[in-house]
Ligand binder design. Structure first.
Ligand SMILES: [Zn+2]
Length: 147
């Protein structure tokens, strides 16, 4: 999670994610939200990470995604389609909303439960919120939707 937080700190909207080899535990790729610099509304940290990983030829089902915040509905779908081994996230969607950060109010777990795809990822929630919550608390009072 500390590496994902480092990625998040590089972004206007502080969302970061890393890909971890499920066997070795090594961080093999990282990304952050680039919606502001690219104008691409799908350029969330998790989607950017999946694109980077597939460009590098990495085998997604043998990796875990560690992300600073609970994946949104779009990213949740992408992660399920990617069939990653696991997803670990810090700050929940509910907490982001409680901070006043606009989000689609549905949990990753709720989306995963509706999936009829094979290979559901193992999910770990509320991972190191001491590192991730401060990323979002600093956004309180800013206007607009967090992409
Ligand atoms: Zn997302």
């Amino acid at each position: 999670m500390p590496v994902a937080v480092d990625w998040a700190r590089q972004a206007r909207w502080p969302f970061g994610a890393v890909l971890v080899d499920a066997g070795s535990g090594a961080v093999v790729a990282g990304s952050c939200n680039t919606t502001d610099n690219t104008g691409d509304p799908t350029a969330h940290a998790e989607v950017n990470l999946l694109r980077k990983a597939t460009d590098a030829g990495l085998d997604l089902p043998s990796h875990v995604v560690v992300t600073t915040a609970e994946p949104c509905a779009m990213c949740a779908g992408a992660l399920l389609w990617a069939k990653v081994r696991g997803v670990a996230y810090g700050t929940s969607v509910a907490k982001l909303i409680s901070y006043g950060i606009s989000q689609i109010d549905v949990s990753f777990t709720a989306i995963a439960q509706r999936s009829r795809l094979t290979g559901h990822p193992v999910v770990a929630c509320n991972v190191r919120p001491d590192l991730t919550d401060p990323l979002y608390r600093r956004l309180i009072g800013e206007t607009g939707d967090a992409p």
